[in-house]
Write a protein that binds this ligand. Structure first.
Ligand code: HEC
Ligand code: HEC
Length: 275
């Protein structure tokens, strides 16, 4: 009798432990299940897109000029197009509405697309069931990351430590040896290649003036302006003062957005050695 009570108690305890274990893990399995469900929806959407949408929107939704606009595009996901349409909802609702209801009239943004976006949802008289509309929506929405990342990669990130265009900027101590590397573009980060336009040979004009004897000239260029100060201005605001005989905008204008203070100081330290 007692042995049966003991066995019973142990079994109940074991069952409770198993139930507790399953319950604890249940929330972890839900997202996994949802991810699987989403994955299958995207797959189904891909097949529908391939047959029904690529003829106008192109392979991978990249668009066909004059036929169907790109859907794999940053301005769709960033909200830019939604703003043009005055759409207050989410991108996903916008995509769903365009697919299910179509576009009976050309919208101003796509005036040069003579074909209309057809209606796909059954409730609007199209061929797709609601779940199929949802599949295609999931497939299109799946391009979000790719489209935004491609756009970000195409726009160069501005240097957050850039020196800017304030000619009164305070500069750290410069290193002429590194400045020479930056100037000639031979070093590992020699992106500035000033030497492409400025020769060190006397009187030799490439695009810009020769830098033979530069430091001496620089001190005399502008009344009351030291050579160092003149260099800062010449490099980050080249059009402020033009060397006689040279036109504006010949020198690259964006060094202030590209180089940081240390690099500018290094280049100036090098220019000061050009006696
Ligand atoms: C006959 C050509 C054609 C077919 C087929 C077609 N579309 Fe379109 N689609 C267009 C055109 C044209 C527009 C732009 C309409 C406008 O706003 O004037 C458009 C717009 C859209 C938009 C809105 C884009 C935006 O930025 O405003 C989405 C989303 C879309 N289509 C998805 C689809 C999907 C998904 C399919 C397949 C189920 C599909 N389209 C099939 C021609 C087509
Ligand atoms: C695309 C050609 C070009 C590049 C690249 C270029 N410059 Fe220039 N630079 C010019 C021209 C043209 C002038 C003369 C017109 C003017 O004053 O803006 C000039 C003028 C100057 C002057 C004034 C010279 C003097 O005799 O008074 C300095 C200093 C200068 N550049 C420094 C640089 C530095 C440093 C770099 C690299 C970080 C550089 N430049 C890159 C074309 C260029």
């Amino acid at each position: 009798m007692t042995i049966r009570v003991v066995i019973g108690t142990v079994l109940i305890a074991a069952t409770m432990m198993i139930v507790t274990f399953v319950m604890i893990n249940e929330p972890a399995r839900m997202p996994e299940f949802e991810a699987g469900f989403k994955g299958r929806s995207i797959e189904a959407g891909a097949a529908l897109f391939q047959s029904s949408c690529t003829p106008c929107h192109g392979i991978q939704g990249k668009g066909i000029e004059g036929v169907g606009p790109s859907l794999n595009a940053a301005d769709l996901f960033s909200g830019k197009r939604l703003k043009e349409f005055g759409w207050a909802g989410t991108v996903k609702d916008y995509v769903r509405s365009a697919i299910a209801g179509g576009r009976p009239r050309a919208s101003a943004a796509f005036a040069n697309y003579p074909q209309r976006m057809p209606t796909w949802g059954q409730e609007f008289g199209g061929p797709f069931r609601n779940d199929q509309v949802e599949n295609v929506v999931d497939f299109v929405m799946n391009w979000e990351k790719e489209a935004l990342a491609a756009a970000a990669a195409a726009t160069p990130t501005p240097n957050p430590n850039a020196v800017g265009t304030d000619i009164n900027v305070q500069l750290p101590q410069g290193d002429a040896a590194n400045g020479e590397k930056l100037f000639t573009g031979k070093g590992p980060n020699g992106a500035y290649a000033c030497s492409a336009c400025h020769s060190l040979e006397p009187n030799k004009t490439v695009v810009g003036p020769s830098f033979a004897g530069l430091a001496g000239n620089a001190a005399k260029r502008k009344e009351g302006t030291s050579a160092e100060k003149y260099f800062v201005e010449s490099i980050i605001k080249p059009n402020d003062f033009l060397v006689p005989g040279f036109n504006a905008n010949l020198m690259q204008q964006n060094f202030g957005q590209l180089m940081d203070k240390k690099e500018l100081a290094d280049i100036i330290a090098y220019l000061m050695t050009l006696k």
